[in-house]
Unconditional design. Structure first.
Length: 519
């Protein structure tokens, strides 16, 4: 094909695929976050996928404008692709409209199955409009803009040697490590109130009574391994995992209820001891509960220093309460360090740190975990970044992972518990895809590079993924997640492929990446 038939056709051939792919990536991240799909429609009237019906959200100018803006790059890239292929203006306009509408419709249907997302025909209209606006912007100045971008890219590619790329990677990752350390610090239990009291069956407000029986409560200032939850559920005492054990209350015998470790104060009744008696457990009737008479400063401070905890409680709900605290560390309604509570049949875990304090709603709900009259052996543990829940020694399959991604996303978006996995994906994309862009530009010279330079590029792609995961693990105390390393490598590779998406055929575009991986 003669690439000089239409103005700026050569520049379009160098940029169209990249613009389209980046715009699709941006659309997916901004519309499908947190990437958690439930394969039943989230809204009752969404019974027929081809009938989007009307949106339940109020339409305003800002929302409409942002939806238009989101699809402008897609329309721009499609117009560039049409120019690259020698397609006329009217056909290009129809292409931008049709593809924009199809992508928007796919997004709207997908949003049926994402909790907290809403879809409707108005979004379809605004998105399609954005794609058309992108076409007109390309017609106005797109060709000249791409010509200028091509000149910049050529200058950068000529200047960027392997050694310079390695230096840029060092500077970039130094900045990323620093930013990641800042966001990871938000997971620390640094703001626990040392004056909080320990409550069983309520909290400091006295307005969240829980009804049921409790036979054991134990608290550590460290995260226990999964095997320990199994041991305790099997009837083993806490003595088998005594390291870090701060408090141990056994309610199988009568009062007084003293800590076996003599580290925490004794528990007393508020307002009076209930008349009902149950062998082997205390009975909480909703009118009375247990608390320490003084603040458990030593417990709060030790957990604050270690940034870890484990709470083990054996209990049996006597009723389906709406909002009852099973265990609470609190001083007032505005000063709560920790609570393990019941809402209906759901077990809910919440604890205080800079991430859960403001700009988020990070209570962890485990549906249908509690049944009236059924004894539950519950272990809640936090390792400085990730929380785990165990019922009868079996780990709850849901994950609760805090990290730098949560802190980053919270700057721009209200974060909920269901968003946490999506925050991990966003974080690794933003950190490692630019690395792929940089390495991908240098790797265009692959056949001309020395073996030592090839190894530098390979190390620059692989080593930071491992080092960053080890760094975050060491800083927080959490486990190393191999999946995080794989995710980092995948996004780095995706960046290499994307930055070369307009260079040659598919084989040549991927060949350099395979060569990089295989050395």
């Amino acid at each position: 094909m003669n690439i000089q038939d239409l103005p700026h056709q050569k520049a379009c051939a160098q940029w169209s695929n990249r613009i389209i792919l980046l715009s699709l990536l941006g659309i997916a991240y901004l519309t499908l976050f947190p990437f958690r799909f439930e394969f039943t429609p989230t809204v009752v009237f969404h019974r027929y996928p081809f009938l989007l019906a009307s949106s339940v959200k109020q339409i305003d100018f800002v929302d409409f404008f942002l939806n238009v803006l989101l699809f402008v790059p897609l329309g721009f890239g499609l117009a560039a692709l049409a120019r690259k292929r020698g397609i006329g203006r009217w056909a290009s306009l129809l292409l931008a409209l049709a593809v924009g509408a199809a992508v928007s419709y796919t997004v709207e249907v997908s949003q049926f199955y994402i909790p907290e997302r809403d879809s409707g025909w108005m979004d379809e209209v605004s998105n399609s409009t954005g794609s058309v606006v992108g076409f007109f912007l390309f017609e106005l100045f797109g060709g000249a803009l791409l010509e200028e971008l091509s000149r910049w890219e050529s200058s950068i590619a000529g200047w960027l040697t392997t050694r310079r790329a390695a230096l840029l990677l060092l500077i970039y990752f130094a900045a990323c490590f620093g930013a990641s350390a800042h966001w990871q610090a938000k997971t620390r239990l640094s703001d626990w109130d040392p004056q909080a009291l320990l409550f069983i069956g309520n909290d400091a407000t006295g307005h969240a009574p829980w009804r049921g029986q409790v036979s054991r409560l134990e608290i550590w200032d460290r995260a226990l391994p999964e095997q320990a939850a199994g041991w305790m559920a099997g009837g083993s005492s806490a003595n088998g995992v005594s390291t870090g054990l701060l408090g141990s209350y056994d309610f199988t015998s009568g009062p007084p209820y003293r800590d076996k470790r003599n580290f925490l104060p004794a528990l007393v009744w508020t307002a009076q001891q209930p008349q009902l008696a149950h062998a082997g457990a205390i009975a909480l009737d909703g009118n009375s509960w247990l608390r320490t008479e003084t603040a458990v400063e030593n417990l709060n401070r030790e957990i604050g220093k270690s940034n870890q905890f484990t709470v083990h409680v054996v209990c049996a709900p006597a009723a389906t309460v709406e909002y009852g605290r099973i265990v609470s560390l609190s001083r007032s309604a505005d000063s709560v360090n920790f609570n393990l509570r019941q809402e209906g049949t759901s077990l809910v875990l919440w604890f205080l740190n800079p991430l859960t304090n403001t700009g988020s709603s990070l209570a962890w709900y485990i549906p249908a975990a509690l049944q009236m009259g059924k004894t539950r052996d519950i272990v809640a543990t936090y390792d400085g970044s990730d929380a785990f829940l165990y019922l009868e020694g079996n780990r709850v399959p849901q994950t609760y992972r805090l990290g730098p991604g949560t802190g980053l996303v919270r700057r721009f978006h209200w974060v909920q518990t269901d968003d946490l996995e999506g925050c991990v994906i966003v974080y690794h994309t933003l950190v490692f895809m630019p690395v792929g862009f940089l390495i991908g530009i240098v790797a265009r010279k692959w056949s001309l590079l020395k073996i030592s330079d090839r190894w530098i590029l390979a190390i620059g792609w692989a080593l930071p993924a491992v080092l960053l995961e080890m760094f975050l693990s060491g800083m927080s105390g959490r486990r190393i997640w191999p999946a995080n390393i794989v995710l980092s490598l995948v996004f780095g590779l995706a960046g290499m492929l994307l930055v070369n998406a307009d260079r040659g055929n598919r084989t040549s575009r991927t060949g350099f990446s395979l060569s990089l991986l295989l050395g």
